[in-house]
Design a protein around this ligand. Structure first.
Ligand code: GAP
Length: 438
């Protein structure tokens, strides 16, 4: 965002007027289908129940379903049509969430927790928004919601930001912030949590240019992951078929990563049309139309949304960076983070704690700390210290040694190649900043 003159930053409220969430459709539609096992009381999200059932059992349940329904040609052809989709997991999900078929298929499945068959309740809708109350009285008039996405804060502030920044179309508003969802099942570490960090951008465009900008951001966002070092073969698009599009979307794609537990969404890119702005206009009674000075007309822009999970994509970067290798007969664990993502950019290590080396090392640390996140470590053998930094992904280790006392240079050891070069203390800051911005 900071590299683009046509994208502004925002930090909108977590608690907004409850009507915002009525306008957005969240009060009515932001639900997941929930089922319980009557036997062991385990609770599941119906649409992702298939993730916890192995392929053999799924096939067996579908066969049993077909057998039970063999005399009903209409429903059998509906099942066939669903199963002809390209993605087996999605096909199973579609069967489970179909009003007519889902109930019958559930009766053929065993609870993943207790193993009992035909013990599921029917599905109920469960709203994912966390509720709380404004003020001392806990009544329906004082209900507010913790935002389930950062996007709505951008929509309601669209004209404030546009007029304050004097942006013209096309331009974007981006923000990073916490979002809260009362997920039925949290799982897979940071993949699905109830409190997580989103980084979203809404790009406002002329309606006629929507396709051009959707394609542009689709490419740009995939490149963002690649340019930060994520393995290309573990990245893919998942375009949403028309019948699976969210109610507000004209076109949508996910950027997925091949996690150890399978492909999963890291980011969604949507053409949201003018759905959101028109809803907020309707519910607030306030115009959100943009005045196009060239065309001398007022209209609602279309919105191309890029919505990434910061915590979820961080997890993907972490998995992607992790590696184990053998170096001179010893095991080395190394996080090969792109230097831009490494939490500590350089470690400063005096070779020994005497001969003036700690004093020089502390001076270097003080000088660098103003611009770069650095870490000072004088504990243990230098080889051990290198390994500790490798494990947390620090791209550079700077060692003050005997030669430093003679010529005011230090060794700069690069994490991945383990190559060492000597750099003058005076040029260290410039050397590192250049490496970090490459
Ligand atoms: N404004 C659109 C929106 O919020 P979403 O697909 O619901 O779309 C966007 O969420 C991203 O937020 C996802 O791609 C994912 O990375 C992240 N995300 C969603 N729910 C999450 C959860 N429960 N835990 C962690 N990350 C989540």
């Amino acid at each position: 965002m900071t590299y683009r003159e046509n994208v502004e930053g925002l930090d909108a409220s977590i608690l907004m007027h409850p009507r915002v969430w009525e306008a957005s459709g969240h009060v009515e539609n932001f639900t997941d289908p929930m089922i319980d096992c009557k036997q062991c009381k385990s609770r599941y999200r119906l649409d992702v129940l298939g993730d916890q059932i192995n392929e053999k059992k799924k096939k067996k349940a579908i066969e049993a379903l077909r057998e039970n329904l063999k005399d009903n040609s209409e429903i059998i052809s509906k099942i066939d049509s669903i199963l002809s989709g390209p993605d087996e997991n999605e096909n199973f999900e579609s069967l489970l969430t179909d009003d007519e078929i889902g109930r019958l298929l559930l009766a053929e499945l065993n609870c993943p927790q207790c193993g009992n068959k035909n013990t599921f309740t029917s599905a109920r809708k469960f709203n994912l928004m966390f509720k709380t109350f404004i003020g001392p009285v806990e009544d329906s008039g004082s209900v507010v919601y913790l935002r389930p996405e950062t996007a709505q804060g951008i929509f309601v502030n669209f004209l404030n930001v546009q007029s304050a920044s004097r942006q013209k179309l096309p331009f974007g508003i981006a923000q990073i912030g916490k979002a809260f969802r009362n997920e039925i099942n949290t799982k897979n570490f940071l993949f699905r949590t109830r409190e997580f960090e989103q980084m979203e951008m809404q790009f406002f465009v002329k309606p006629a240019d929507d396709k051009k900008w959707f394609d542009y951001w689709k490419t740009e966002r995939l490149n963002w992951y690649k340019n930060l070092g994520m393995s290309e073969e573990k990245l893919r698009y998942h375009d949403h078929p028309e019948n699976k599009l969210a109610h507000y979307a004209k076109e949508a794609t996910d950027i997925e990563y091949d996690f150890p537990f399978g492909w999963g969404e890291m980011e969604g890119i949507h053409n949201r049309t003018n759905f959101d702005l028109s809803k907020h206009e309707e519910y607030s009674g306030k115009s959100l139309k943009f005045f196009d000075e060239e065309a001398k007309e007022k209209y609602l822009p279309f919105i191309i949304e890029t919505s990434a999970g910061a915590s979820r994509s961080f997890m993907a970067f972490l998995i992607d960076a992790y590696s184990e290798e053998e170096v001179k007969g010893e095991q080395r664990v190394v996080l090969r983070f792109h230097p831009k993502l490494a939490p500590i950019k350089a470690a400063i290590l005096p070779l020994v704690n005497k001969d003036g080396m700690p004093e020089i090392a502390r001076e270097i640390e003080k000088g660098l700390r103003r611009n770069i996140k650095v870490f000072y470590d004088d504990k243990g053998a230098v080889g051990r210290r290198y390994r500790r930094q490798d494990e947390i992904g620090t791209p550079f280790c700077l060692t003050v040694d005997t030669q430093t006392l003679e010529d005011k240079t230090v060794t700069v050891r690069e994490r991945d190649s383990m190559e060492q070069v000597r750099v003058s203390i005076d040029e260290l800051s410039e050397h590192l900043l250049k490496k970090l911005s490459d």
